[in-house]
Write a protein that binds this ligand. Structure first.
Ligand code: PLP
Length: 288
């Protein structure tokens, strides 16, 4: 472990203590709020706000229904999305349709059908969300972000991207699949990630427009009924981000990013050499 990654959480413990305060009432007044602002800037979500949660899973419970009010909302969800997404959209009150994993023809067919047929009542859908992951946790492949963005723009849908496995792991400075694939973050309506993986902390974040974040803070149960993220965890996440992006710690972050790539390639090549099927069609990062 790098000592640089510990200094800030320890300092945070000394300044505000290790306890969490209630998210709804206290977060705006605590240093966690400043840290989340910095995190939002660091993740280059222009014009966005960010909220923190004690558990990343909570971001998805009732999302995107929370943001848009559930009924009349259609969610097109990749069939291999993580369980937390599956449960989150189920709870949201939205209508959910799964599309074949990373298959752009299947996604376009569903978008077309949604626009042409609308709801069972004949009314058009109030909103259509496409929900995908940056890197799929079990398969190890990247979502086809560029194609997904052009489809969501073509059909006027919204995009929700879960970066649990890609944030802090890919992209020149660890900013995830948007950086890796050269997609401007403004093209993604909601970006969500966890601090439990690359950041070695706890909790998670959601980054979106200021209006969406304000609405989440007002109505999402994770904001209203749960304690906030502990300040040292927020500090740890920010410090890890600074190290990964090269802002601090010299070339430690760059070396870690390179090591992830090399280890993943080595693992995949060795699996292939030993006769296992380890090829994934689009720019494999991990191994299935
Ligand atoms: C795609 C995805 N999203 C969310 C999570 C949940 O993250 P956390 O355990 O930090 O709540 C996971 C955990 O494995 C995940 O794989």
């Amino acid at each position: 472990m790098d000592t640089v990654a510990f200094e800030m959480p320890l300092a945070m413990c000394r300044v505000v203590g290790p306890w969490a305060r209630h998210a709804f009432f206290c977060i705006p007044a605590t240093p966690v709020a400043d840290i989340m602002q910095e995190n939002a800037k660091a993740l280059s979500r222009a014009g966005s706000a960010m909220d923190s949660r004690p558990f990343a899973r909570e971001e998805k419970i009732q999302l995107p229904g929370e943001m848009a009010g559930g009924t009349g909302i259609l969610v097109l969800s990749d069939e291999l999305n993580h369980r937390s997404i599956v449960e989150g959209v189920r709870l949201s009150g939205c209508t959910v349709r799964a599309f074949q994993h990373n298959n752009m023809t299947a996604l376009e067919t569903e978008l077309n059908r949604a626009i042409e047929q609308g709801q069972a009542s004949g009314k058009p859908w109030r909103k259509i969300f496409v929900v995908v992951e940056g890197i799929y946790s079990m398969e190890g492949d990247f979502c086809r972000l560029r194609e997904i963005v052009s489809l969501k723009n073509k059909y006027g849908a919204y995009l929700y991207l879960d970066e649990a496995h890609s944030i802090g792991a890919v992209g020149r400075t660890g900013r995830g699949v948007t950086e890796l694939l050269g997609v401007p973050t403004r093209e993604v309506d909601v970006m969500m990630g966890t601090f439990t993986k690359s950041f070695g902390s706890a909790g998670g974040y959601v980054a979106a427009s200021k209006e969406v974040i304000a609405q989440l803070r007002r109505v999402a149960p994770g904001s209203v009924f749960a304690g906030a993220m502990a300040p040292p965890c927020a500090a740890q996440a920010l410090q890890a981000l600074r190290v990964i992006s090269g802002e601090e710690g010299g070339d430690t972050g760059a070396k870690k990013l390179a090591a992830i790539r090399e280890n993943a390639n080595y693992f995949r090549e060795e699996l292939s050499r030993q006769g296992f099927k380890a090829d994934v069609p689009n720019g494999l990062m991990l191994a299935p």
